[in-house]
Ligand binder design. Structure first.
Ligand code: B12
Ligand code: SF4
Length: 548
């Protein structure tokens, strides 16, 4: 492969696409598609109770940490920030990271680079690279499909087989709930660990799996539990974090790696908490005790639909599995697809009701969406069912279908999706309430566990339940009475139980902090109704850097 003439002396800028994001504009920002995980696709019907937070662009952070060239990461710039950076520094390479919805921004950024930094080679990577005909839509020199660290190392003439150095990443920033900014220190948030990219299960709609090779393929950055343990220990001491967000599409699928990690955790007496993504078939490879000892306290699981036929769900009663996980203190984020081929206007409400009946702590709903690169896209395209003329900025699974469904119209797809979010909220209450329920169950079951690490972890979580969270329960009980009186009473019962367990401290917390939270929650509801949105801050980080 061709290398850059300056090799590892080349000066590199790696940028995410520009914001602001949560607004409608000509570059493809959409108010409905903010740069926020929960508000975008999980708790968006929950008003002031929605969990708000931002996540950094980990792909370019990983690339920056694994090249020796002088490199700047520019995360969430505005157009002005991006222009200023190009005009004030001299870059040999400008790398732009994007997903498909943001292709309009990539186009504009390439135009800006050509104008403001004509000497720069433009490299575009990330999921946008799966777009057919991208080379004719944007003015870039290289479009990188798949894993980017090894590509960039090769392009700079560096060793692409060298071990991967994992940067210390605080998982979330700008966390906010009920109108209050939550502290973002290492004690209160997780460190992100990226053990791999891709997933070998190869579900037909899954872009992450398809982008890194599809069925049977994935790219491991860390093959063994020992390697993972070493990375996590280093990051624990760098950030002081005890909690880790394992950004691996199917972390539990690799059982020997997870079990070796557990062995090392036990030897070193680590009471870490792990948030993981895992498919039902992978979860079933473990006993509840193993999951709890491994510190799994938050789990993202695809529920899709009982009649979807995906291999990962076969033989699993997801209702029972969810109940069992929560009984062991594991918070569950279930994910359901709206608009599968077998859905019709007649069975859709029933399917949504079934999804909601899982009573997960969080529920993501997504439209069935053929996205370039996936087997589903190929199939729908061959059947001539792709709808023409839809802007890529509107194909993100939270708006309307981008294909002709046998039984459901585009407009109805949106109506069903919105209904699913609302119904989950109305029937199960705010997610914050649900996680309190799960945490209390975990506490009761494990507060006297013989494993000191497990005890330590549930005690750590409980400090929050006995104070701040209990005050939140006090507020939710009052606010939710207007939406669903039964759920409001259940919230009250839970608060009473917490107070019985934690006594005077928790009663004081609800009496003193509760009214403040009630005020901030109502103020936030008014702000949101008036159109308030949130944007991530612009972040600039330089490595191996010397000013020119
Ligand atoms: C974190 C995340 C987010 C964060 C965004 C963080 C950010 N700063 O951008 C949040 C939660 C806000 C988010 C939102 C959305 N996301 Co998102 N998100 C993810 C997630 C879970 C992890 C991304 C990640 O860091 N992975 C780990 C890193 C290491 O991998 P990577 O980013 O792919 O980077 C590698 C390569 O792609 C490549 N690479 C990346 N950038 C570059 C740049 C250069 C120059 C080069 C050479 C290489 C390169 O090298 C990297 C290392 O190998 C992925 C799923 C996944 N597991 O990847 C979805 C994913 C990227 N999101 C996706 C989507 C669709 C969305 C949303 C539209 C929501 C939705 N409806 O699903 C919104 C869009 C918001 C917006 N306005 O842009 C899709 C993208 C699909 C596609 N084909 O474009 C994914 C793949 C999920 C999925 N399977 O559907 N997301
Ligand atoms: S199990 Fe999940 S991550 Fe893996 S291919 Fe299926 S949908 Fe994608």
């Amino acid at each position: 492969m061709e290398t850059h003439p300056k090799g590892a002396r080349a000066r590199v800028l790696l940028s995410s696409v520009f914001g602001p994001y949560a607004q409608d504009d000509e570059f493809g920002s959409r108010a409905i598609n903010p740069m926020e995980l929960y508000q975008n696709q999980v708790t968006r019907a929950q008003g002031p109770f929605s969990l708000r937070m931002f996540h950094r662009s980990w792909g370019i952070m990983m690339i920056q940490s694994n090249i020796s060239a002088p490199c700047t990461v520019l995360d969430f710039p505005t157009r002005k920030d991006f222009a200023r950076e190009l005009a004030t520094q001299r870059y040999d390479i400008v790398g732009i990271s994007s997903i498909i919805v943001n292709v309009g921004k990539v186009k504009e950024m390439c135009r800006m680079v050509r104008k403001l930094s004509p000497q720069s080679v433009i490299v575009v990577g990330g999921h946008v690279a799966a777009l057919p005909g991208l080379e004719n839509m944007i003015d870039a020199d290289h479009i990188v499909r798949g894993e980017g660290i090894s590509w960039m190392r090769r392009y700079l003439g560096e060793d692409d087989t060298a071990p991967i150095h994992h940067p210390a990443i605080i998982s979330a920033l700008g966390t906010r709930m009920m109108g209050v900014n939550l502290p973002n220190g290492p004690d209160s948030t997780a460190a992100t660990i990226i053990p791999s990219v891709g997933c070998p299960m190869g579900c037909n709609f899954c872009t992450t799996s398809a982008f890194f090779g599809g069925k049977g393929k994935f790219v491991n950055f860390y093959n063994t539990g020992d390697e993972l343990f070493d990375v996590m220990s280093r990051i624990e001491s760098e950030l002081g974090a005890h909690s880790f967000f394992m950004m691996d599409e199917n972390f539990l699928l690799h059982r020997p790696r997870a079990m070796r990690l557990l062995e090392r955790m036990k030897e070193a007496k680590k009471s870490w908490a792990l948030s993981v993504f895992a498919s039902a078939n992978a979860i079933r490879k473990y006993t509840m005790q193993e999951l709890v000892e491994l510190g799994v306290s938050w789990l993202w699981m695809g529920l899709e639909s009982p009649r979807s036929g995906y291999a990962k769900l076969q033989g699993t009663d997801t209702l029972q599995l969810t109940r069992e996980l929560r009984e062991h203190g594991i918070r569950v984020l279930g994910s359901t697809i709206v608009g599968l081929e077998h859905h019709t206007p007649d069975n859709m409400a029933q399917e949504i009701e079934y999804a909601v009946s899982h009573g997960t702590d969080f529920h993501q709903f997504m439209l069935y969406t053929p996205v370039p690169g996936t087997p589903l896209y190929q199939e729908i395209k061959e059947q001539g069912r792709l709808l023409e003329g839809i802007d890529w900025a509107d194909i993100h699974g939270q708006d309307k279908f981008n294909f002709r469904h046998a039984a459901i119209s585009r407009d109805d797809s949106k109506r069903f999706l919105d209904w699913a979010f609302w119904r989950d909220f109305e029937r199960n209450g705010p997610s914050v309430y649900r996680i309190c329920q799960t945490m209390l169950q975990g506490w009761k079951r494990y507060k006297n566990d013989p494993d000191e690490r497990v005890r330590e972890r549930v005690h750590r979580e409980m400090k929050k339940l006995g104070t701040g969270y209990n005050a939140a329960l006090w507020t939710m009980e009052r606010e939710f009475a207007r939406i669903n009186r039964d759920v409001s009473q259940q919230i009250r019962a839970l608060r009473r139980e917490v107070e019985k367990e934690f006594g005077v401290v928790s009663r004081l917390a609800s009496n003193l902090i509760g009214p403040v939270l009630l005020y901030t929650t109502r103020r936030e509801a008014r702000r949101l109704a008036a159109g308030k949105t949130y944007e991530p801050p612009t972040i600039i980080e330089r490595r191996n850097w010397a000013e020119v």
